[in-house]
Design a protein around this ligand. Structure first.
Ligand SMILES: N[C@@H](CCC(=O)N[C@@H](CS)C(=O)NCC(=O)O)C(=O)O
Length: 247
């Protein structure tokens, strides 16, 4: 059966990176679309596809699909042989995977957003440091829940899945944004292992390279920075007191 054409609206280091990684791991051809058409201005085509103006938005044969957790679930089902998610078809088992995806997007991601974009939560910029610190505290608390899940295994489900890729995005933002990850060695180790996957290194480099200059320069788009694998790896190692690993 022929697969649909897949196009992803993606922006730099935004959470759409988790979808980009799943697409890369699928081995299926896809293309990346920019949500912008001018500095800091989102294109009418993008806003028509996703009126919230947020990435990710995946065009599936031209039809938009939004929400990271729904897109990852869709890709897991579209490419069962690639084991992007360990779905079995058994209703409760698969619902637990869906629950984990929603925990990532609704239970963890909003705290990353609060740290990176405090202006969405507080109009008084004098309070932003405090808003960020509250976000860091909550992000740490939520990642601790993942830490407890990783006690006996490197990956969330024993084999790499797109949720480990999604967690990588959370942990990368945590370490980039000064969250103290010293007590979360397994989360950081999980992220380091994801970073050793060629697909992730490839998408990080591509994500950085495909940003239009206008998006890079806009102060409105903080999701465009710090995507080089090497410094991210160094930050992970430093966070848990591990000597720097070879590139
Ligand atoms: N609930 C959405 C949230 C998506 C989201 O927050 N996207 C952010 C980047 S991580 C975004 O596009 N922010 C730009 C904006 O809100 O204008 C999901 O899980 O996909």
């Amino acid at each position: 059966m022929s697969q649909p054409e897949l196009k992803l609206y993606h922006l730099g280091a935004a959470c759409s990176l988790a979808v980009l990684l799943a697409l890369e791991e699928s081995g299926h051809p896809y293309s990346i679309l920019s949500p912008f058409f001018a500095a800091g201005r989102k294109s009418p085509e993008f806003l028509a596809a996703n009126p919230t103006g947020q990435v990710p938005c995946l065009l599936v044969g031209g039809r938009p699909l939004t929400e990271t957790s729904a897109i990852l679930l869709f890709l897991g089902r579209l490419f069962p042989d690639r084991r992007l998610l360990p779905l079995s078809g058994e209703a409760f088992h698969d619902a637990r995977i869906e629950s984990d995806l929603i925990f990532c997007s609704a239970g963890i991601q909003p705290w990353v957003r609060q740290i990176v974009m405090p202006r969405y939560f507080m109009d008084d910029s004098a309070q932003w440091d405090r808003v960020r610190q509250l976000g860091r505290n909550k992000l740490l608390e939520r990642l601790s829940i993942i830490e407890a899940r990783l006690t006996t295994k490197a990956w969330l489900y024993g084999e790499w899945s797109a949720i480990d890729g999604y967690l990588f995005w959370m942990t990368m933002n945590a370490v980039n944004e000064g969250v103290e990850l010293g007590g979360l060695e397994r989360c950081v180790d999980n992220a380091i292992r994801s970073l050793s996957r060629p697909a992730l290194r490839a998408v990080m480099q591509r994500a950085e390279a495909t940003q239009p200059a206008s998006a890079r320069q806009s102060s409105d788009t903080p999701w465009t920075t710090r995507l080089s694998p090497r410094p991210v790896l160094d930050r992970f190692c430093a966070a848990i007191g591990r000597p720097p690993l070879p590139a």
